[in-house]
Design a protein around this ligand. Structure first.
Ligand SMILES: [Zn+2]
Length: 94
């Protein structure tokens, strides 16, 4: 097993896009703080997949960390997918 964190702690039950205000019910971008074993989500700055791709990332590129949040030393941008229990981390960008 690798030591790469995949857990959100606390795990958000729902996320709302900070740009368009829609609830994220498929996939979206969630900035977070890397705590080593877990990610602490910055839920207020989540963006939905559509806004992330079209508004934040500029013309069809996935956004980078500093497009979404004020990047601290441990800031990461998670691509998350909605599951039955919450959100699953699909990929991590630093
Ligand atoms: Zn949106």
């Amino acid at each position: 097993m690798s030591a790469v964190a995949t857990e959100l702690q606390p795990s958000p039950e729902s996320l709302t896009c900070s740009l368009c205000g829609t609830s994220i019910d498929d996939a979206g971008y969630l900035p977070a703080t890397d705590r080593g074993a877990t990610y602490e989500p910055i839920a207020d700055e989540a963006v939905c997949g559509t806004c992330g791709f079209n508004e934040v990332g500029m013309a069809g590129c996935a956004p980078a960390v500093d497009d979404v949040t004020d990047p601290g030393p441990d800031a990461v941008l998670l691509y998350v997918q909605r599951t039955d229990e919450g959100f699953e981390v699909v990929s991590v960008k630093r």
